[in-house]
Design a protein around this ligand. Structure first.
Ligand SMILES: Cc1cc2nc3c(=O)[nH]c(=O)nc-3n(C[C@H](O)[C@H](O)[C@H](O)COP(=O)(O)OP(=O)(O)OC[C@H]3O[C@@H](n4cnc5c(N)ncnc54)[C@H](O)[C@@H]3O)c2cc1C
Length: 390
């Protein structure tokens, strides 16, 4: 079949996507193109996107795709959420996708899966409407990949706990109304000594925004907790069982990162092919020079391989099968591929690629996060190595 790699014409419903999902995709694609993409440069320039974006996405039902209708969600399941994430990559702002994704896909799911009914009413319901914004706080200055090394601690007091410590690199860390936070409740317990609390912004909670290479529209922050009192009912899930809560959502988070990378590669290959057909050098379109034609062909193969592994993982995941190995592979292959494919797209743009106007320089900066966030490439290889019995 001839055509750009990710146009509707080149796309057929591939399970687990149905025609209904593909129709939904068209609607999301239109929304992203008309309401988000035009604003992306402004959001990047301001290093912030307004909270109204959450309200608008909430109004359209996009924040609650996988959540049940009784909480205000769409009850559409994980596949609808997958479509949304893939399409959101076409906003051209990794920071915007990250801010929305952190709220819907890493902060709210633990409340949805492990929260009490009261917690769901308090955070999930307004979260789905975009009225309250969440963040997930696991990483600390002294503990990232090695979660057991967390130092933020909760000490028991009358009726609740007092929390002290610091989190860093937290997406939505400035704007979040509630932070789903991992803390040590049994200092000597290692993985078995971690618990989660939903901490609301208030006395003792301070954030400072960090400057970063990409994802500029998102507010990544350090959050300090100083003698923050939380009542017993802010404990999320069971005491000292927080590590299982972290593990429970990792597969979904990594799968979404893979889907975002697939969306981003498709979008940029499409734009770069168009550019290569328009831009002329030495008497012909640069895309008709063999070196460029071959480079684009090679990266179209990388996209297809990455997409197939990602969709395969998604199929297993939505089918309820153990997909740890496939999701880990998909996360590993897509994040590096996204960075390299986008870097090749930048090169094909020549000097224009280095200019902000063409947006590819931003996309490359944004893509560099992939092999670090949500578990680094090295950690993915560790998981895979262990799954091979090594
Ligand atoms: C923009 C951004 C947004 C983020 N958002 C969030 C968020 O919302 N919430 C949150 O909790 N965290 C967030 N993070 C943190 C992110 O998950 C961590 O940065 C990541 O997990 C790596 O942890 P670290 O930075 O502490 O690196 P480290 O764990 O210190 O690792 C440093 C290096 O050592 C390597 N390494 C570590 N252990 C091993 C090993 N066993 N074998 C081989 N190599 C190893 C790593 O791969 C890496 O290359 C964000 C990070 C960024 C940059």
């Amino acid at each position: 079949m001839k055509g750009l790699p990710d146009t509707p014409a080149a796309r057929r419903p591939i399970p687990p996507f149905t025609q209904e999902h593909e129709d939904f995709r068209e609607g999301v694609r239109r929304f992203v193109a008309t309401e988000l993409r035009p604003k992306a440069p402004e959001y990047e320039e301001n290093e912030w996107f307004p909270n109204d974006v959450f309200l608008r996405c909430g109004e359209l039902g996009y924040l609650g795709l996988k959540f049940e209708e009784k909480y205000g969600g769409q009850g559409g399941g994980y596949v609808a959420d997958a479509v949304w994430t893939e399409e959101l990559a076409r906003s051209g702002s990794g920071g915007l996708s990250a801010g929305i994704g952190a709220h819907t896909s890493i902060a709210m799911p633990p409340i949805w899966k492990f929260g009490t009914e009261e917690q769901k009413q308090r955070y999930l319901v307004p979260g789905i409407r975009g009225e309250k914004i969440g963040a997930l706080g696991i990483t600390e200055p002294g503990a990232g990949s090695d979660v057991a090394g967390l130092r933020t601690r909760a000490e028991r007091v009358d009726g609740g706990f007092v929390i002290n410590g610091e989190k860093t690199y937290i997406t939505n860390g400035v704007r979040a109304d509630f932070i789903v936070t991992a803390v040590k409740t049994t200092p000597e317990g290692g993985h078995q000594g971690i618990s989660f609390f939903v901490i609301e912004r208030g006395e003792g909670v301070t954030s400072s925004k960090l400057e970063k290479m990409g994802w500029r529209a998102s507010d990544t922050a350090t959050i300090a907790f100083e003698d923050v009192y939380v009542s017993e009912d802010q404990l999320l899930g069971e005491l000292n069982r927080g590590f299982y809560l972290i593990m429970a959502n990792f597969q979904w988070e990594r799968l979404l990162m893979a889907l975002g990378a697939v969306g981003s590669m498709g979008w940029w290959l499409e734009r770069t092919i168009e550019f290569a057909l328009e831009r002329k050098a030495f008497g012909r379109a640069i895309g008709h020079h063999q070196a460029i034609r071959h480079k684009l062909a090679e990266h179209a193969v990388r996209l297809e391989a990455a997409r197939d592994l990602t969709y395969h993982s998604l199929r297993l995941f939505v089918d309820g099968q153990d997909a740890v190995r496939e999701v880990t592979m998909a996360k590993l292959i897509t994040q590096r591929a996204n960075f390299e494919v986008l870097d090749a797209c930048l090169q094909i743009h020549g000097g224009a690629g280095y200019m902000r106007e063409y947006e590819i320089e931003r996309a490359v900066r944004d893509a560099r996060l992939g092999p670090i966030g949500g578990g680094t490439d090295e950690i993915m290889r560790e998981i895979l190595g262990k799954s091979l019995g090594l």
